[in-house]
Design a protein around this ligand. Structure first.
Ligand code: GAF
Length: 385
């Protein structure tokens, strides 16, 4: 992270009159090992925080104004946005540029106040739109920054929920809680089993030196209408209603089969994915505890197939990356990770074959992949400056 912080300090000095920032914070992206599209159904997820971060460096100012600079990926010039802080009487509302909405949304939903104005620089090593939670890491980094300006009660669950609310209201994505939770609560050397109904979090050690987690970025993002995610969520809610359950977490496959006639084929398949995926996730957590990586890998593959066939959120590039990985001896399992329609796959494999697996994928994949051989990292925190 040192290079990232140095760069942010340089940009800060360039944009804010040669000054040094007083406050520095960071929040990680995440990879989800298993439990996809289950969070908004009250189910289980099993993500880990990544050593890829959004960092914010800044200083309070006393005129109430907010000035933020970001180094967008691939941009030569910093991109600057200025707006009046909420203490000027008017609530903030979403607008352009889109990236600033994540910051504005968190300011609007911050749980203490009034916050002062501030100058800040934002940098990130989480690939944008890569399915590794670049937006949640920006939200959580913003919240962590505001905590330094004007402390709240420090409740981590309420922090994650406020960031989720920012995403709902300022980015228009009705996401579940997984991404914000793991970015706040991530623990070094652990994946977290999160019960998205009770909000109970169980850390599971993931430190076996013989095991590796490989993330492969397909570097494709299919242009969609933006309605796919809300549509999946609505289909699940419809299925739960027909089954007479509050959420699909409360249903099992017999309930689903019994009501097959009352559901559209699409809602039936969506619900089948969710019900099976919730069970797969708890089974995978047990397998991880036993060190049974073969079983874990098998469940990852089943998860991928179900996301491809029943939930229809995969794409040819992700299917290809999974298929290539699964041909390689020493690979336990591989699947798409995150919301889908592009982004990354996650592969669990023997550490000794990680480099050769990268090479094989590089040779065979039709696109240009990027790789991260990664370890579970900690949640958001303050940077010593
Ligand atoms: C996105 C959402 F933000 C998460 O809440 C989750 O639903 C995920 O897609 C799919 O598992 O990352």
């Amino acid at each position: 992270m040192a290079a990232q912080i140095e760069e942010a300090q340089r940009v800060y000095a360039e944009c804010f009159g040669g000054k040094k920032p007083q406050i520095g914070v960071f929040a990680p992206g995440r990879v989800n090992l298993i439990g996809e599209h289950t969070d908004y159904n009250g189910g289980f997820v099993l993500p880990m925080a990544l050593p890829l971060f959004t960092a914010i460096l800044g200083t309070p100012r006393d005129d109430g104004k907010i000035s933020i600079v970001t180094m967008a990926e691939g941009a030569d010039e910093p991109h600057r946005v200025d707006f009046a802080g909420p203490q000027e009487g008017k609530p903030l509302s979403p607008g352009l540029p889109k990236w600033a909405n994540y910051v504005k949304g968190v300011i609007q939903h911050y749980r203490a106040g009034p916050i002062p104005g501030f100058n800040a620089v934002i940098t990130s090593t989480v690939p944008l739109g890569g399915g590794l939670s670049s937006s949640a890491s920006l939200e959580v980094a913003t919240y962590t920054f505001l905590q330094q300006l004007c402390p709240d009660d420090g409740d981590p669950i309420q922090k994650a929920l406020a960031c989720q609310k920012a995403e709902h209201t300022f980015a228009g994505v009705p996401c579940g809680i997984m991404d914000q939770f793991i970015s706040v609560l991530g623990r070094e050397g652990h994946a977290l089993l999160i019960d998205c109904r009770s909000l109970e979090v169980t850390p599971l050690p993931l430190t076996d030196p013989g095991l590796a987690v490989l993330i492969t970025n397909s570097n494709v993002r299919h242009e969609l209408t933006g309605s796919e995610y809300p549509e999946r969520r609505r289909q699940c809610e419809e299925a739960a209603k027909v089954l007479g359950k509050e959420t699909l977490r409360d249903a099992n496959l017999s309930d689903l089969k019994a009501k097959k006639e009352n559901l559209t084929g699409l809602c039936y398949r969506r619900a089948r994915h969710v019900i099976n995926e919730i069970e797969r996730t708890t089974n995978a957590a047990q397998a991880l505890k036993r060190g049974d990586y073969r079983e874990f890998g098998k469940l990852m593959v089943e998860s991928h197939n179900s996301l491809r066939d029943d939930y229809e959120v995969s794409c040819p590039e992700l299917d290809e990356l999974v298929a290539i990985a699964l041909e390689i001896p020493g690979v336990y399992g591989s699947r798409m990770t995150g919301g889908g329609f592009g982004g990354c796959t996650v592969t669990l494999l023997e550490a000794s074959v990680a480099e050769t697996t990268k090479q094989k994928i590089q040779e065979k994949y039709r696109g240009s992949p990027t790789f991260y051989i990664t370890k579970p990292s900690s949640g958001a925190g303050v940077l010593p400056l």
